[in-house]
Design a protein around this ligand. Sequence first.
Ligand SMILES: [Zn+2]
Length: 292
Amino acid sequence: MSWIRNCCHWLFGSDHKKKQLDSIVLPEASSENMDQDAPEKLLKGLDSHKTQKGDFPEEDEWNYGIKDEESEWKELFHPGKHQSPINIDSGSIINASNILKENFYPLEFHYSPHIKKGKFNSKTLHIKGDFGGLSLKSPNNKEPRKFNVAQFHFHSPAEHLINGNRHDLELHIVHKEKEHSNLLVIGILFKNDGKRNAFIDTVMESTEHKTEIDLYQIIEKDMGLYYYEGSLTTPPLFETVLWFVSSRVNSLSADQLDFFARRWLKNPEFVGGKGNYREAQPLNDRSIVYFN
Ligand SMILES: [Zn+2]
């Protein structure tokens, strides 16, 4: 289960959280992309369980490529048509409020602070621990599904693009569903605007010594979320991930960004200084639904 070391985190209730949030990417969502059975079709992933058979490679058994790492990954891991990350194009987003009668928000967070030490491996900074989890609800009123945080980790620069723009840093909070192969990953974007981010400060401190980390420093219960069905962004690229990417872009100071960038993006010995991200993958027949 070495893959689980490589992946994602949340919060609400912290009074300082809003101060960290410097900008909001508002979707220009419309109903033009709907079809007749839209809610059932677009949101079926919230109810469906996926299984995936195969082995997870050790982190040192694959590499990011300078140009097209996919050529090697495709041969080794046979990715399908629903890969991640993607470019989130505001013109193709479907607003949930346009397809659902009632105000519906799919995630209910049950996080708890935890004292942990963060560790760099050869690909990322990851923190694994008992940070609680979340409930995933669907509009069909089925029993909520329970996911627990497995770990969280970082990519710099970011993996998901917003209208073609790549931000400086992306946090992935990886949740695993009990007794199923499904993962639920929350992606949180950051950009260097000169303002210190309190959550990132605790993460940085945790690499020195055990530190209490509270995901509610960076997660807000009603934050805007882009939802789509996708994959792991690292081998074995299994298409078992329910993705929720926050529409809010969080602040980051220059030295906080450098804490990550000097290891990956600015490090010529790390994939020639490309950074630890995978290129955006085609959306194909998928839809992106916006919840807030
Ligand atoms: Zn990741």
